[in-house]
Design a protein around this ligand. Structure first.
Ligand code: GDP
Ligand code: MG
Length: 370
C-alpha cells in the first residue's frame, strides 16, 4: 500500500532527510525525499533510527514521544502481575479470596470490594502484588490469542488430595508457551492423609522440577481455606518478582491490556484495564480495542475513585464508546482526532479479518459442496 514520503518520515523522527535516504539506500531501497515508501519499509527505517513504531493505519506509522523506547533511567520498579491457574476445584477461587484478605490496607480503604477481574494487595512489607482474577484458562487463552501478555508469573494450584490433572497440565503448557515462570502452590494440605510429595513426583513428569528436587521452581504447601502458609506464598512471589526485575516507565502516556469488560445498565461500557506502561489519568483520551473515549471515572478494586493509575494497577474505566474485548490493547492518545484515527484503523482491520474468515469458510463450504 501507498504510504509516507521520505521527507515526512524524516520530519516525524526529527531526522535529516538525507540520513533517511541513506538508511534506505543501505536497505537496498532507492528513494528521493518526495517519494513515498510503504509502511513496512518505513517501520524498518524507524527501528533503524532506534525508535519504536506504532502502526496507526495500514499505510501509516506513528513515531511519537509515547512510541519512544524507554531508557534505563526512565524505568522504575513495578509490582508483579500474577495469574492463578490449576485444575477445577483445586482451590483457585479460594486462594484468590484468601490472598485478597491478606491486604494490609484493605480495611483502611472503607470502600466496598468490587469484582473487577483483577485486584492489587499491599503485603506487610509495603510492596504490592496484582492478581488477575478472571476465569483463568479462558481469559488467558483469549489474551494469548490476541498476542497480549499480562502476567509476569503463574501460581499453579494443585490440590494435594487430587494431584496433577488435565487442566494442571494445560496450565503448565500455557505458562511455558508464554515464557512465564511458575510457582507451585500445593493446596489443601489441611486435609487428613494427603501426600504433597506425590504432587512433586507427578509434576516431574511434566518437566516442572521443584526446588526440593533440585529444580528451580518454587513450591509452597498451602491451605487456602485454613489460611496456612499464605505469607510464604507471597514471599515466593516477591522473590520471583525480584529475579524478574520488573520495571516500567510511569512517566509516559499509558498503555496496557483490557482484562474484562461489560455493558453496565447505569454506567454504560465499563472496562477493567491493566496499566502496563505509563500512568493512566482521569480525563485521558484512550483507545481500547476499536473503542475510544475520555476516561470519565477510574475506580480500583476497592471501589475508590482514582485520579492516576500507575503501572501494574488494574482499574475500571468509564467513558468508552463501546465494549472492548478481553486481551485488547489500550493506549492513551494525545487528542480525539488521533483516537478516532486509531479506532477507525482498528475497526477496518477487524472487518478485514472477519471478511477473510468468512471467505475462508465460504471456500470450505464450496469444497464440501463438491
Ligand atoms: P476452583 O475451582 O479451583 O476455583 O476451586 P474452589 O476455590 O472453588 O475450591 C473447590 C473446593 O475446594 C471448595 O469446596 C473449597 O472450599 C475447597 N477448598 C479449597 N481450598 C481448600 C483447602 O485449602 N482445604 C480444603 N480442605 N478445602 C479447600
Ligand atoms: Mg473457581
Amino acid at each position: 500500500p501507498e504510504a509516507i514520503t521520505v521527507q515526512e518520515l524524516a520530519n516525524r523522527m526529527a531526522a535529516r532527510g538525507g540520513e533517511v535516504v541513506k538508511a534506505l539506500f543501505r536497505m537496498g531501497v532507492m528513494a528521493t525525499l518526495t517519494q513515498s515508501i510503504d509502511a513496512d519499509t518505513a517501520e524498518l527505517v524507524v527501528q533503524e533510527f532506534g525508535h519504536r513504531v506504532r502502526r496507526v493505519s495500514e499505510s501509516d506509522v506513528e513515531i511519537g514521544l509515547e512510541g519512544m523506547e524507554d531508557t534505563d533511567t526512565d524505568l522504575q520498579p513495578r509490582p508483579p502481575v500474577v495469574t492463578i491457574m490449576g485444575h477445577v476445584d483445586h482451590g483457585k477461587t479460594s486462594l484468590l479470596d484468601a490472598l485478597r484478605k491478606t491486604d494490609v490496607v484493605a480495611h483502611e480503604a472503607g470502600g466496598i470490594t468490587q469484582h473487577i477481574g483483577a485486584y492489587q494487595i499491599t503485603v506487610p512489607d509495603g510492596s504490592k502484588v496484582t492478581f488477575i482474577d478472571t476465569p483463568g484458562h479462558e481469559a488467558f487463552t483469549a489474551m494469548r490469542a490476541r498476542g497480549a501478555s499480562v502476567t509476569d508469573m503463574v501460581v499453579l494450584v494443585v490440590a494435594a488430595d487430587d494431584g496433577v490433572m488435565p487442566q494442571t497440565i494445560e496450565a503448565i503448557r500455557h505458562a511455558k508457551a508464554a515464557g512465564v515462570p511458575l510457582i507451585v502452590a500445593v493446596n489443601k494440605i489441611d486435609k487428613p492423609g494427603v501426600k504433597p510429595d506425590r504432587v512433586k513426583q507427578e509434576l516431574l513428569q511434566h518437566e516442572v522440577v521443584v526446588e526440593s528436587l533440585g529444580g528451580d521452581t518454587q513450591e509452597i504447601e498451602v491451605s487456602a481455606t485454613q489460611r496456612i502458609n499464605l505469607d510464604k506464598l507471597l514471599e515466593a512471589i516477591s522473590l520471583q518478582a525480584e529475579v524478574l526485575d520488573l520495571k516500567a516507565n510511569p512517566n509516559r502516556a499509558a498503555e496496557g491490556t483490557v482484562i474484562e469488560s461489560k455493558l453496565d445498565r447505569g454506567r454504560g461500557p465499563v472496562a477493567t484495564v491493566l496499566v502496563q506502561k505509563g500512568t493512566l489519568k482521569q480525563g485521558d483520551i484512550v483507545v481500547a480495542g476499536a473503542e475510544w473515549g475520555r476516561v470519565r471515572a477510574m475506580l480500583d478494586d476497592k471501589g475508590r475513585q482514582l485520579k492516576d493509575a500507575p503501572p501494574s494497577l488494574p482499574v475500571e474505566i468509564l467513558g468508552l464508546s463501546g465494549v472492548p474485548s478481553a486481551g485488547d490493547n489500550f493506549i492513551a492518545v494525545e487528542n480525539e482526532a488521533r483516537a478516532r484515527e486509531v479506532s477507525e484503523f482498528r475497526q477496518r482491520r477487524a472487518r478485514e479479518k472477519a471478511t477473510a474468515a468468512l471467505g475462508a469458510r465460504g471456500s470450505l463450504n464450496d469444497m464440501l459442496a463438491r
